[in-house]
Design a protein around this ligand. Sequence first.
Ligand SMILES: C[S@@+](CC[C@H](N)C(=O)[O-])C[C@H]1O[C@@H](n2cnc3c(N)ncnc32)[C@H](O)[C@@H]1O
Length: 276
Amino acid sequence: MGNVNNIALPGNLFEMEERVPPPPLKWAGGKRWLAPSLRKLYAPFRKRRLVEPFVGGMSVALGLHPRKALLCDINPHAIYFYKWLQKGLRIESVMENSAACFYRNRERFNWLLAQGDAASAEASGLFYYLNHTAYNGLCRFNNKGFFNVPFGKYAKIKYRREFEEYKRCLAGWEFRCCDFEEIKLRRGDFVYSDPPFDVEFTKYAKEDFTWKDQARLVKWLAAHPGPVVASNQATPRIMDLYSKHGFKIQVLSAPRMISCTGDRTRVREMLALKNL
Ligand SMILES: C[S@@+](CC[C@H](N)C(=O)[O-])C[C@H]1O[C@@H](n2cnc3c(N)ncnc32)[C@H](O)[C@@H]1O
């Protein structure tokens, strides 16, 4: 595999040129720490539409603050929540950092899902509350589709009720809940791709984003004639895959933000670049 650079980045960079609000959700694999480096890569293309097939916690879009963006994710609750931020969200539900309030709100949220009201403002408000209060910020559903993460026992949580400042910031951005391959890219789009990590040599590999999906993704990205930046865990097979598809590879030392084990050791991440 040719063209691999090793780069060490500090873990806490996030200086904003303009005042933009912080990512409103906690998200496993969030790339807030990477935003300053991505901003440099995006700078020559600032007028292009930013497309994120895996928007997750929205930290990159907020960090780059493009004028036009198409932000997608397969998680419908994150996407409903962002759509509500665009309309102007005020959370009316009771939000307390206690097990009693948490399980009451979790039950109400799951009841709304069962009623087909997942897209309501109330469900989005509860999703925000659960995201901040659940164990390790995890987002997990059982096979009936109900949120089943237990109470997080955080010492202190600062909840927001008003999200007015997001309304202006997200104006002009489009949100879609879909699989990445359903996205119709335009020739000049700047694509930032951050799928679930490839986890090699472990039985805990994420079943919902398999090696087949990683291969499907790299093909889809490589076919795009515009600039593409792709993140992933720097496993040998991932670096080999992107390298074979014509990407230039960099290796970064990244902070581990949310992990089930509480492990915060730094991990090696890959940044793969094409057409820029
Ligand atoms: C590593 S996270 C993205 C984190 C994001 N860059 C951030 O800074 O918060 C990966 C995301 O991919 C989404 N995802 C998983 N499979 C997907 C698929 N087939 N198509 C689109 N999104 C998918 C997950 O819901 C998750 O939000």
